[in-house]
Every structure is written in structure tokens, then in C-alpha cells.
Write a protein that binds this ligand. Structure first.
Ligand SMILES: NC(=O)c1ccc[n+]([C@@H]2O[C@H](COP(=O)([O-])OP(=O)(O)OC[C@H]3O[C@@H](n4cnc5c(N)ncnc54)[C@H](OP(=O)(O)O)[C@@H]3O)[C@@H](O)[C@H]2O)c1
Length: 379
């Protein structure tokens, strides 16, 4: 199944119309209902969505509201959302600190899985029942239904677990691109990463293992350290060590058995990023893709002068936008990741499923240390 491509997406669909006053009470807040509202001559469908009209803490700005769905145009799809994760970037978007910010009113959430319900008359490459994921950031996935251009989404295989499909488009894609596009890696090479238990980190471990790479995985100390180490090793991690252990002099003994890293993936920033640089190979690359510590990345002069380390960044959204003119590469990447899932090489990230109306539980957890990925379930 193919969906037609488009040159460029808008961050948030302008066609989404919001109610200015609440419609009559719905018995089940999370279900789609047909109603005729004042000011509209025809019956329009409304659905629940997590809406914000200004930036700030999610407790203050995010509200569960009814939004009206526009009619399905010739080139549109009507999609029922099935599941949508809460990622750190979603929180940054609500706070107004992310690199792209949808216009108000905005619906939260950038990633998620939907099922096609209705297909516009000119859409020939999608059918009801297909699973789709957004192409671009800013889609607004925290809602029960959406009407969008068929070209705003791409298909995802239906024979993989729902949670895998719902979490495939951002974090595994990021891990895949960083391992394929940086460091010129060959089997036997080593990758070091901090934030190794993050969703991106878990995907890095598994995709790297499939590429024949060794991984050194840095995590923060915690009460259930052994459990987490065992979990990451079961995914294929070569070594799992704490931030504290990485700073001990004896850590150099590790490199008797494993090559020094050609690639470092920095999820955290601050001292943690500096600690990665200390162990890298001459001429290696450090890619910063996250800033969880909210601290600058300290790069010692000696890392640049004596080790010639290349320090750069990666942003999946920009990569997708650079490839928007021809979606074949994005689709191929998603298809390859789905195949890894099918083969058992890429598991569902450790996650907690949260019913959509309990969204605050998921948002609270996402801002807490030592938490797992939380996914809003619309069904
Ligand atoms: N550049 C891109 O294209 C791109 C794409 C995807 C994600 N990202 C970024 O990648 C990062 C991870 O995303 P995710 O969805 O994989 O996250 P996630 O599954 O929610 O995991 C968050 C990770 O950050 C760690 N962490 C949180 N606060 C920290 C702190 N103050 N100091 C050190 N570590 C901290 C957590 O460790 P604990 O378990 O120890 O709390 C955990 O490993 C985020 O910054 C996200 O925005 C970037």
C-alpha cells in the first residue's frame, strides 16, 4: 500500500476547526459523536483532543476539549488515532522551547499510530483499515480522530505490534539514521552512548547489534540498576555502565577487550557528554541529539586538537523535511525498521500504556527521572 507524497507539510492542519463553546454533554468523553451545532448547517463530527492555546506547564495550558472535524475533502483521510506516545520533545513544544511550534490553537503530540476510517475520492493509495503514522512533526497526535491530507501520513505495516508501530516513527528512525549516517561504521566498531535506557538508546542497542557493532551504554545509577543492566544486555548491549563508573581510572581496562568508540551518541549534554569524549578514538564523531540535562555540551580543546573529534548534531525532523520531496526514503526506512520488528531484532520500547483521558499521568511520568516511555491509548 502506498500513499501519495507531498512536497511540504504545514506544522498543524489549518483545516482543523475548534469549538468556541462546548457542545452538549457527551456520555463518554473519549468517543466520537455526531451532533449538529449552532452555526453549522450540517452535522459535523467532533472528537476529544488535548488542546493548548498558549505555552507553559502542561498542567496550566493543556486541556481535553471537543474539536470539530472538517468534512473529508477529495485528497483527505479521516483517521482514528489508536495510540500516541508522550516524548520529551512534546513537553518542550508545550513549554514553547522546541525548535518548531505549531500555531494556536494547537493539539499536543507529534508521534502516533492511526487507522484510516474514510478516504477522499481522489486518494487512490489508501483504504479504510490501513495503519498510518505522521510524516512530519507538529501533527497533533493526542486526539481521537483527525482529518488530514493523505500526503501527511505514510503507511506502516499492520502485522507488527500496535505499540511498535505507534513508536516507530521518531526514536527508532533517529537511532537508525545516526548509526547509518555518522562515523562510517563497520562491523566490529564500537558506539558509546549516554541515556542508553531512553527509547532512542534502546533502539540504538538493537540496531547496532544487528549491524555487528559493539555498544558501550551509559546510564544513571538507580535502585534497580541490575534489573536495567540485564534488560539492556538482553537487547544486545555489549557493556552497560553507570556515569560514575565511566569516570573511574580503571575504566580504560575496558578497551583491552573492546575497540575505542568511533561514534558517540549524546542524549544528555553537560558533564555526561564530556565524559563520552574522554574515551573516544582518534578522528571519531560525537553526535548530540538530545539535551536531557539541559546543560551545554563541554568540549575540551584537547579533544579537538589531539583527537580531531568531530562534534555535530542530528535532528530527525530536519532529516525528514530534507527528504519530503520524495517520501520513498522515509518509507523505506520505516519499512526496514518494521522488518526488524518482525524478525525480533527491534522490540517494543519499555513502555506504560495510559488510557487517553488519564493523559496527565503520562505527562507527569515523562518529566520524572527513572521513568519509562508512556503511551496514550485511544481505544
Ligand atoms: N534529535 C532528534 O531528532 C531526536 C529524536 C528523538 C529523540 N530526541 C531526544 O532524545 C532524548 C531522548 O528521547 P526519548 O524519547 O528516547 O526519551 P525517553 O525514552 O523518555 O528517556 C529519557 C532519557 O533521558 C534520561 N534523562 C532524563 N533526565 C535526565 C537528566 N537530567 N540527566 C541525564 N539523563 C536524563 C533518562 O534517564 P533516567 O532513566 O536515568 O531518568 C532516559 O534515559 C530527548 O532529549 C529527545 O528530545 C531527539
Amino acid at each position: 500500500m502506498k500513499l501519495r507524497t507531498c512536497p511540504r507539510l504545514q506544522p498543524l492542519k489549518e483545516s482543523i476547526r475548534f469549538l468556541t463553546r462546548k457542545p452538549a454533554q457527551f456520555s463518554d468523553g473519549s468517543r466520537i459523536c455526531k451532533r449538529t451545532f449552532a452555526g453549522h448547517t450540517t452535522a459535523q463530527q467532533a472528537c476529544d483532543a488535548l488542546v493548548y492555546n498558549r505555552h507553559g506547564h502542561y498542567d496550566d495550558v493543556l486541556q481535553l476539549e471537543k474539536v470539530l472535524l472538517p468534512p473529508v475533502g477529495d485528497e483527505d483521510l479521516r483517521i482514528k488515532m489508536l495510540a500516541a506516545p508522550v516524548n520529551p520533545a512534546d513537553i518542550n513544544m508545550l513549554q514553547g522551547t522546541y525548535a518548531i511550534l505549531p500555531p494556536f490553537p494547537a493539539v499536543g503530540g507529534n508521534e502516533g499510530l492511526g487507522e484510516v476510517l474514510e478516504v477522499g475520492s481522489k486518494v487512490c493509495d489508501a483504504k479504510p483499515g490501513d495503519w498510518v503514522i505522521p510524516v512530519d512533526a507538529g501533527f497533533g497526535t493526542w486526539r481521537m480522530e483527525v482529518v488530514c491530507k493523505a500526503t501527511d501520513v505514510i503507511p506502516v505495516a499492520k502485522d507488527i505490534p500496535l505499540l511498535s508501530a505507534a513508536t516507530l516513527g521518531v526514536n527508532p528512525c533517529t537511532a537508525y539514521r545516526m548509526l547509518k549516517d555518522f562515523g562510517n561504521l563497520k562491523p566490529g566498531d564500537t558506539v558509546i552512548q549516554n541515556g542508553a535506557n531512553s527509547a532512542v538508546g534502546q533502539a540504538v542497542i538493537q540496531i547496532a547489534a544487528g549491524m555487528g557493532l559493539s555498544t558501550i551504554n551509559i546510564i544513571r545509577d538507580r535502585p534497580n540498576l541490575k534489573e536495567l543492566k540485564d534488560k539492556l544486555k538482553s537487547l544486545g548491549a555489549s557493556l552497560v555502565i553507570t556515569e560514575e563508573a565511566l569516570q573511574k581510572p580503571e575504566v580504560t581496562n575496558l578497551f583491552k577487550d573492546i575497540r575505542r568508540p568511533k561514534l558517540a551518541l549524546n542524549c544528555v549534554g553537560g558533564h555526561s557528554a564530556g565524559n563520552l569524549l574522554a574515551h573516544m578514538e582518534y578522528g571519531s564523531t560525537m553526535v548530540t541529539y538530545g539535551g536531557m540535562a539541559k546543560k551545554p555540551v563541554p568540549v575540551p580543546a584537547k579533544a579537538l586538537i589531539f583527537k580531531d573529534i568531530n562534534v555535530c548534531g542530528f535532528w530527525m525532523t530536519q532529516w525528514k523535511r530534507n527528504n519530503m520531496h520524495d517520501l520513498s526514503e522515509i518509507k523505506a526506512m520505516v519499512a526496514e525498521l518494521a522488518e526488524m520488528v518482525r524478525r525480533g531484532q527491534l522490540s517494543v520500547p519499555t513502555c506504560t500504556q495510559v488510557p487517553f483521558p488519564d493523559y496527565k499521568v503520562a505527562l507527569d511520568a515523562t518529566t520524572r527521572a527513572y521513568s519509562s516511555k508512556h503511551v496514550l491509548m485511544m481505544e
